[in-house]
Ligand binder design. Sequence first.
Ligand code: CA
Length: 651
Amino acid sequence: MDLTGMKVRFDSAEFERQYHYDGPLGSFCNESGTQFFLWAPTAQDVVLRLYRDGYRGGAFKTERMTSIGEGVWCWETKDNLSGTYYDYLVTVHDVARETADPYARACGINGERSMVIDLKSTDPKGWEEDKAPAHGAEAIIYEVHVKDFSWDPASGVKPEWRGKFKAFTQENTTLNDKGHYPTCLNHMKKLGVTHVQLMPVYDYGSVDERDNGESYNWGYDPANYNVPEGTYSTDPYHGEVRVRELKEAIQSLHKNGFRVIMDVVYNHTFKLDSCLWKTVPWYFYRQDEGGAASNGSGCGNELATERSMCARYIIDSVLYWAEEYHMDGFRFDLMGMLDVDLMTRIRSACDARWGKGEKLLYGEPWSGGACHPRAGTELADKGHLRVLPPEVGAFCDTTRDMVKGSVMDANGRGMINGGGLYADALACCVKGWAFPNGAFQASSPAQTISYLSCHDDWTLWDKLILTVDEKRKRFQEPIQAVLDANKMGAALYFACMGRPFLLSGEEFARTKGGLRNSYNAPAKLNKLDWNRAFRFRSLVDYYEGLIGLRKQLPALCDKSAEAANRVLKAVQVTANLAYVEIDNTGGSSRWTKLILLFNATNELQKRNNLKGSWEVLVDSTSSKRWMKPELAGEKLEIPPMSALFLGLAKE
Ligand code: CA
């Protein structure tokens, strides 16, 4: 069949009717035996090969699989094959291809051979009692790359655990192990973030797991969707170790008060020639009009999420990570390539199993290029936020770019770096764009992720250096004007109703020396620099105060569809000086109203004080004024490039 014919066939209702299958897939073992199930409806023949080792030596056994209908091939034995490695030889149109199991839950080094695993045996001690911490007033999401987190020797993490899942299990680490300044888990606890978003921890293909050194990648290149990445384990050769060590990391994060979000990349695979492609050539991939692989990801291929068995695969995968690894939420990479129906089904399945809204779901509401889904498919992009469930969120690039300038242009400026500060735009950001006809049309602030930096593009610090210190570009130095802009930017997005999100290290002026895309740069450039955390500790302190305050403000934590009505006034006081007044009633907050003032001018601004007992919550020097609130004086003073937050104390 030609390539376009393939597309027509796999898109057809008839194919779905004939081959959609809801039974078990993958390998399963217990004391009474082991079963293998593979969905390969276009195969003429499937052979299972069993190995003693994850990468060396030939098969000790090869078995022809039996076709059992609906496109499924099966083989079973009375032996418990736990710990046995395997792969398949799948013949389609007379071409035989070796492939790992797309449903593999463990694998050998570099994921080429799958592994039969008794998952129960990988549970760390106390796993059955493992529970996520209770929800607080707000989810504050902190994005972390496993290797970045502890690669720095100054982290105080044991050398053999640096860059590994295990680093998340080491408590009370301090800078250079000197006992003074907190690092890693200890740092995150002090900072007050509530959710740790782990950048890809599934098995990805871009780093050779045999290399334990500086090799580095963010990992947006899935190889085995349902297996943890080997380079983060202390032993990538034995399939069970990475499974256990990721569970230990999650258990420790839970114990230390964090929920864990998994970054998932169901929009494309490391290469087109993946295990999904090799078992059912083309079925899992979208094709363009000419039949070539569509490239909406910008990475060479694109999954056909709207096809029933591809959708099933993704839903199964999400539920598996939530169930087996106790993941508390998912961040969908290029969610704008996935379809609305799929995201709706994932939301419903999570709600049905764990309770409404219990698992946090959000993603990037865009793609990396033109997508070619089946005709009639609605994509989960920015234009479809209002048809997505209210608890499927999206990164708000509108606020991001309005505050600090475009991520596409090093010189692009926003409210904090000379692009102009306008009360109307500011009010939209504060509302999380949760109203119709805006640039980002969320149905409530629950859909809005408010952020200024993530792993992509320049760090916030680097973007500010490029726009505020553009002549000298002193990335390493604590330039006062840049610090001021950074603090004001942080105050601004922590005053937005959407869920706050930050790239780890943003709070200590994380720099990549101006490198925009560091996805495969060395670990020494990407790593969290814990000496810098100490050096920029006053900035860390400012973030800490904002995070603490945020949890005390019902107005900003409100995720209801009516939350936008809390913004009572937005006034342009003078050019680049804006005032927003917010209704903060509800909950047990000390303050019934809030006033946010942002001064993006180069001059000290003075205003007469307002009537009533207004207390200072945040000013240019401290974001912890709210901890010992004092009345704002007769005259309000707002220094250049700073925020002033006031709260009207209850009578
Ligand atoms: Ca890998």
